[in-house]
Design a protein around this ligand. Structure first.
Ligand code: GTP
Ligand code: SPV
Ligand code: MN
Length: 613
């Protein structure tokens, strides 16, 4: 048995509640050793991982990691929210009773870290000193060293965060046990994996993965699911899968902040890291605050304030290149210390590649291994079309490496929010942008956010996979209460943000090309929104919001076919009337949806009926 007290004394970990928590799980998991880590340990841990072969070197002091081939993404079916009150059960949160969930996981974890080291990672999901600090502290226990390295990039990690807590018992207790990955029956009826947020005990127990949101417990499990629950429980804040960016108009010196909810893999990282487009004559500067999570609350000044609780970026590698996302390319350059997961790797040249990094894969395939570690040179003709990198392969980099990171991203006060935007992948119907000034209609718009199902077989043609506020996989309690909490928080603001719905993904019905160039050009739609909010442009009223007129939208330097422009700046009333019916079915699933939301739905439906006449 490890002498837990001695290890914690040596690490200077004084918080008695943390000590008790560590001792309990050390005993359950049966780890051979315990090590308390801080950000300063990064270099040493990287060396240890290189020596152990858990990480492989990438040129310029960067790293490569490959996860088990059945462990490459979050697993929504195996993820649950457990509490002791059944009224927390929602449509999306996979609610389970707390007691039996904790018992099941304790048994799965029992003795499962034998032969391994249990790392103790004290962390903070907030800039230090923030008004939401009471909800931000956590301690993750993990038996995976690469998880420590990822956490050091993604969160603020150090013993002081936990020793200095005002309320010493107020921290999230997060336990991650990897398990025997080749023998967990992933995807079979006997799947042993289980990822639980025991929300009313502020405890997170994840068993059976070492990848991304399943294993970096500060990020999704605490930063979104637990915080979503805490935000409602305290009635103080919202925790959302949102990007957060700043736009400075250099001519007027004014700065605006925008948060945006886009379902996973719908463009948050890209939009938030996009540098000021040269096409706009260098007038605007876009700053990065966050690409995946924002916590929002009402400030004393009656505005909504927000910060990004994360300290790094865990971005989709696919299609990341100089043209699509120059900020990301810079953040992962040699010297950045970036970690690449499940991309293609060449041990001879210590290089990495993913689909869309360059137009074509490296011509000379010598030495190249696909994400599973199989030589590209050995591929049979049938395998020739398989991707080299996993579609969900990722890069990890701290915000400090992001070239357009805002100077004040670490400011505990956060930033005031001027606009809340929602957007999903929608091939028709949704215009480039529509502004919504009414709060209930804005919240209604978020609740009916969706993205196209990825496979045609998954749904009715033209019907979305609804993903309220982009929180479907992270929802911690019932959707009806969630909607009420949103109305309550935004409704308390005397200077509320404007809402808008955006769509970068509309396609030509004939040949399928994207009608809007997207990526760096998306800032043009946001600039129109801010001008609209300031009363500088009027737009055109439609049944579903105000959309830009063609001369209001800054199109300098763009050469869009008139036909495409007409389509992205108009409303297809017939398709919208069909959508209203789908929405009605979607919203009916939610118990206790506030009457304000139904009223907003009816207003939009009636406006569409008038437009159809
Ligand atoms: P998560 O990290 O999973 O939450 O995803 P995300 O929302 O941050 O998505 P990300 O920015 O990584 O984008 C996912 C995919 O969408 C990438 O393959 C991008 O190349 C693509 N994409 C992003 N922005 C645009 C755009 O404006 N237009 C088009 N056509 N594709 C885009
Ligand atoms: C997402 O899936 O929305 C992510 C990546 O941001 S993960 O952290 O793996 O959940
Ligand atoms: Mn995400």
């Amino acid at each position: 048995m490890v002498d837990v007290d001695q290890v914690l004394d040596e690490a200077g970990l004084k918080n008695p509640h943390v000590r008790e928590f560590v001792a309990y799980w050390a005993q359950v998991t049966g780890a051979d050793a315990i090590e308390v880590v801080s950000a300063e340990d990064d270099e040493r841990l990287l060396q240890e991982s290189l020596e152990a072969g858990e990480l492989l070197p990438v040129s310029g002091g960067r790293y490569y990691s490959r996860s088990y081939f059945k462990d490459t993404a979050r697993s929504e079916e195996r993820t649950v929210v457990a509490t002791s009150k059944e009224s927390d059960k929602g449509v999306y949160n996979n609610w389970k009773p707390a007691e039996e969930t904790v018992a099941t996981l304790t048994e799965r974890m029992r003795g499962a870290s034998k032969g391994k080291t249990m790392y103790v990672i004290p962390y903070l999901m907030a800039p230090q000193g923030s008004p939401l600090e009471a909800y931000a502290a956590g301690v993750e226990l993990t038996d995976s060293r690469p998880v420590v390295q990822q956490m050091i990039r993604m969160a603020r990690v150090g013993v002081d965060y936990i020793n200095e807590l005002k309320d010493q018992s107020s921290f999230v207790r997060a336990v991650h046990v990897t398990g025997d990955l080749p023998n967990l029956g992933q995807g079979t009826p006997d799947d042993q994996r289980l990822f639980a947020t025991v929300a009313d005990q502020r405890t997170i127990l994840h068993f059976g993965s070492s990848y991304g949101g399943n294993a970096l417990l500060g990020k999704i499990a605490h930063g979104l699911r637990q915080a979503c629950y805490d935000g409602k429980d305290s009635e103080v804040f919202l925790a959302e899968q949102f990007l957060l960016l700043g736009i400075t108009d250099k001519q007027t010196g004014k700065k605006f902040h925008v948060v945006g909810g886009f379902p996973s893999a719908s463009g948050k990282t890209n939009l938030s890291m996009t540098l000021a487009p040269d096409a706009l004559g260098d007038r605007y500067y876009v700053e990065f605050y966050g690409d995946d999570i924002a916590w929002l609350w009402v400030g004393d000044d009656g505005r909504i304030w927000a910060f990004n609780p994360e300290n790094g970026v865990f971005g989709v590698a696919k299609d990341t290149n100089e043209a699509s996302n120059p900020g990301a390319v810079e953040a992962i350059k040699p010297g950045s210390g970036a970690i690449f997961t499940n991309v293609a790797y060449n041990p001879e040249t210590q290089d990495v590649w993913w689909e869309g990094k360059t137009k074509n894969p490296p011509e000379d395939v010598t030495g190249w291994l696909d994400w599973k570690g199989n030589p590209i040179a050995d591929r049979t003709p049938e395998q020739a079309d398989e991707p080299w990198a996993h579609p969900n392969s990722r890069f990890t980099a701290p915000i400090s490496m992001v070239p357009n990171a805002a100077e004040d991203y670490n400011n505990p006060a956060g930033v005031p929010v001027d606009a809340i935007i929602f957007g999903g992948r929608t091939r028709d119907r949704e215009p480039l942008i529509r502004a919504i000034t009414d709060i209930a209609e804005g919240v209604y718009d978020g609740l009916t956010l969706g993205a196209e199902a990825t496979f045609a077989a998954e749904g009715v043609d033209g019907q979305l996979r609804y993903d309220p506020m982009s929180m479907r996989p992270f929802m911690a309690y019932s959707e009806g209460e969630y909607a009420a909490h949103w109305l309550h928080i935004i409704g308390r603001a005397s200077q509320p943000p404007i809402f808008a719905h955006v769509n970068w993904f509309q396609r030509d019905p004939e040949d399928g090309h994207f009608l809007w160039p997207g990526y760096r050009e998306n800032v043009r739609a946001l600039l129109w929104l801010l001008q609209f909010k300031a009363g500088e442009v009027k737009g055109q009223e439609t049944a579903v919001g105000v959309i830009p007129t063609q001369d209001e939208l800054n199109l300098d330097g763009l050469d869009l076919p008139q036909e495409d422009l007409d389509r992205i700046l108009s409303i297809d009333v017939e398709r919208w009337r069909q959508e209203i019916e789908f929405r009605e079915e979607h919203l009916k699933q939610f118990d206790g949806l506030p009457e304000e939301i139904w009223a907003a739905h009816r207003r939009v439906a009636e406006a569409l009926e008038r437009a159809a006449q």
